[in-house]
Design a protein around this ligand. Structure first.
Ligand SMILES: Cc1cc2nc3c(=O)[nH]c(=O)nc-3n(C[C@H](O)[C@H](O)[C@H](O)COP(=O)(O)OP(=O)(O)OC[C@H]3O[C@@H](n4cnc5c(N)ncnc54)[C@H](O)[C@@H]3O)c2cc1C
Length: 471
C-alpha cells in the first residue's frame, strides 16, 4: 500500500456498518447524510501473517477473505486455541448470525441505572415493531406479538413450571408478519434481519456516505479526533468532531486500548459454547435451509447459569457435521435420512466463565485463552439439558457433543462496560470516560450474564444513543 495523505473534515463519523451501526444511523438522523467508515474489500490485505482460518460457520463459508482481513487489518494475532472470528466487511458478522435474540431483557448489570434500562426496553419494543420480528414481548403493559408455531408438545411443555429451567420461545430475527404462523412460509434470504436487508427495509442507502476504509488508529488533535484510515490506495486522514464506534467488541476494544495506551491485559467476556446433538422421538419437518431454534431452556439458580436451545436438524448444520468429522462421511446418507429427527442445541454458559484476553505487546494485539474448567462446566450443562429432555420423553437416551473451541460462541462483549469506574469504561450515554466526543454503541458496553443471545439489546441500545444524539 502506498502512503498518501489528504485530510477531510467531518462532523459525526460512525465506524463500522454492522447492525449496531445501522440501528444507530436509523434513529440518529432522518435528514442529514451520515459518514460511515467501513471497509468492503474482496481482495486479501497484505502485510500481516495469520494462521489460516480452517473452519467457518456454515453461514459464512464464502467469507474467508473478509475474516482473514479482519485480523490483518486490525493487527490482531490470535493463539491457536482461540477460535474467535470477525469480519472486515460491510455488514460485519450480523450478515451471518444465527437468528435468535432473547425476549427477556434482563439487564443484570447493577451499574446501569433503571432509567437507562427502561429506555433500552423501550427501544427494543420499537425495534420489534419497526422490523416486524417474530415472537412476543411485553413492556409497561404494552404487548408486542407476532406469533409463530412450534410443535404442540413443545408448546405444552413451555406452559409447565420446572425447578431448574425456564422455557421460552426466542424472538426470531425474521422480518415478516406471519399470518399463518408457519415458519415454513418464510423466505430466508428476503426475511432474515441481516445488515443488507435492514438497509433496504429502513431505506438507509441514500442516508449514508460510505468511506471504504478501515480505521487503523486514532488520536486527539485539540478537541477533535484524528482518524487514521487505510485502504488499497493508501492512507486517508479524517478529522472528526464526534466519533461513534460500532466496529464490534474486539476491533473497538483494540482501537480504544491503542488510543488510551493501555498495556495491561483486558478480559473479553463471552458465552462459552458446546454443541450437542440429540435424537428426537418425533420428526420436525422444516423447509428452511437453516432452521432457527424453537425453544430455549434457561437454567434457573446459581448452579444453572447456562442456556440451551432446541433446533431441528437442517441441511447447513448436517453439512457442517460432516465437514467437522470426516469419520461421519460414510454415514452421510443416513444422517440426511434422519435429519428431521436430529435436535441440535447450543449450550451457552454465563459470561462468568469467559476465558478470552487481549493485550497490546509492541503495537501488536494478542488474543489468547488461559486454562480453566470450561469443558467440565459445559458437559455438566449438557447433561442437565439431556436429562431434562429425556425425562420429558422428547429424545432417545443418547447424545453427541462437540466443543468448537474458546471464542466460537461469537458473542464478544463487556470490555468497556457502562460505569465500571476504570479508564476503560463509558457512562450511561455511552461516552468514553474522559472523552465526551467518543461514543461506543456495540456490545463492548454490556456484561451479559443472563442474556445469552445479546444482539437484540445491543441494537436497542444503539438506537437509544442515536435518539439521544439526535436531540
Ligand atoms: C455465525 C454467527 C451466529 C450468531 N448468532 C447470533 C444469535 O443467534 N443471536 C445473537 O444475539 N447474536 C448472534 N451472533 C452475534 C452477532 O452476530 C453479533 O453480536 C453482531 O454481529 C454484533 O454486531 P455489531 O454491529 O456490533 O458488530 P459486527 O457485526 O461485528 O460489525 C462490525 C462492523 O465494523 C467493521 N469494522 C471492523 N473493524 C473495523 C475497522 N478497523 N475500521 C472500520 N470498520 C471496522 C466491520 O467491517 C463491520 O462492518 C452470531 C454471530 C455469528 C458469527
Amino acid at each position: 500500500m502506498q502512503k498518501k495523505q489528504s485530510n477531510e473534515y467531518l462532523d459525526t463519523v460512525i465506524i463500522g456498518s454492522g447492525l449496531s451501526a445501522l440501528n444507530f444511523i436509523e434513529t440518529y438522523s432522518k435528514k442529514k447524510k451520515i459518514n460511515v467508515i467501513s471497509p468492503n474489500f474482496n481482495f486479501k490485505l497484505s502485510g500481516g501473517e495469520i494462521e489460516e482460518i480452517k473452519f467457518l460457520p456454515s453461514q459464512m463459508r464464502n467469507k474467508k477473505t473478509q475474516v482473514e482481513n479482519y485480523f490483518i487489518g486490525n493487527n490482531l494475532k490470535k493463539t491457536k486455541n482461540c477460535k474467535i472470528i470477525g469480519s472486515l466487511d460491510q455488514g460485519g458478522l450480523s450478515n451471518y448470525w444465527g437468528l435468535q435474540i432473547d425476549n427477556y431483557i434482563n439487564l443484570d448489570d447493577q451499574r446501569i441505572n433503571k432509567k437507562t434500562k427502561n429506555e433500552i426496553n423501550k427501544s427494543f419494543f420499537e425495534l420489534l415493531k419497526g422490523c416486524k420480528l417474530l415472537g412476543n414481548f411485553e413492556f409497561k403493559k404494552k404487548i408486542y406479538s407476532n406469533e409463530y408455531k412450534i410443535p404442540n408438545y413443545l408448546e405444552e411443555l413451555k406452559k409447565k413450571k420446572f425447578r431448574n429451567f425456564n422455557l421460552q420461545k426466542p424472538i426470531l430475527a425474521f422480518n415478516k408478519l406471519l399470518k399463518n404462523k408457519d415458519l415454513n412460509s418464510l423466505n430466508e434470504n428476503k426475511n432474515k434481519l441481516n445488515s443488507s436487508n435492514f438497509i433496504k427495509l429502513k431505506k438507509l442507502k441514500s442516508r449514508v456516505h460510505l468511506h471504504n476504509y478501515y480505521l487503523e488508529g486514532m488520536c486527539r488533535v485539540g478537541k477533535k479526533i484524528k482518524l487514521i484510515c487505510k485502504n488499497r490506495e493508501g492512507y486517508k486522514i479524517f478529522i472528526a468532531n464526534k466519533v461513534i464506534l460500532a466496529a464490534g467488541t474486539i476491533a473497538t476494544t483494540k482501537i480504544i486500548m491503542e488510543f488510551l495506551n493501555v498495556k495491561h491485559e483486558v478480559k473479553i467476556k463471552h458465552h462459552p459454547r458446546l454443541i450437542s446433538v440429540y435424537f428426537g422421538k418425533k420428526k420436525i419437518k422444516s423447509n428452511l435451509k437453516f432452521t432457527p431454534s424453537l425453544i430455549q431452556f434457561i437454567g434457573k439458580g446459581k448452579d444453572n447459569q447456562f442456556s440451551a436451545d432446541f433446533r431441528p436438524g437442517n441441511k447447513l448444520i448436517t453439512e457442517s457435521m460432516l465437514e467437522l468429522s470426516k469419520l461421519l462421511y460414510p454415514f452421510k446418507f443416513l444422517i440426511n435420512f434422519v435429519k428431521d429427527r436430529l435436535i441440535f442445541s447450543n449450550i451457552l454458559l454465563s459470561s462468568k466463565y469467559s476465558g478470552l484476553y487481549i493485550k497490546n505487546n509492541k503495537s501488536k494485539f494478542y488474543i489468547y485463552t488461559k486454562k480453566n474448567f470450561l469443558l467440565n462446566k459445559l458437559k455438566e450443562a449438557n447433561f442437565k439439558t439431556f436429562s431434562f429432555l429425556l425425562k420429558n420423553k422428547l429424545i432417545f437416551p443418547f447424545f453427541k457433543t462437540h466443543f468448537p473451541g474458546i471464542g466460537s460462541d461469537f458473542h464478544y462483549f463487556g470490555t468497556l462496560s457502562i460505569n465500571n469506574n476504570s479508564k476503560l469504561s463509558v457512562n450511561e450515554k455511552c461516552q468514553l470516560k474522559n472523552h465526551k466526543n467518543i461514543y461506543i454503541v456495540d456490545s463492548s458496553v454490556f456484561n451479559f450474564k443472563s442474556n445469552k443471545y445479546p444482539l437484540g439489546i445491543v441494537m436497542a441500545n444503539a438506537r437509544r444513543i442515536g435518539k439521544l444524539l439526535s436531540k
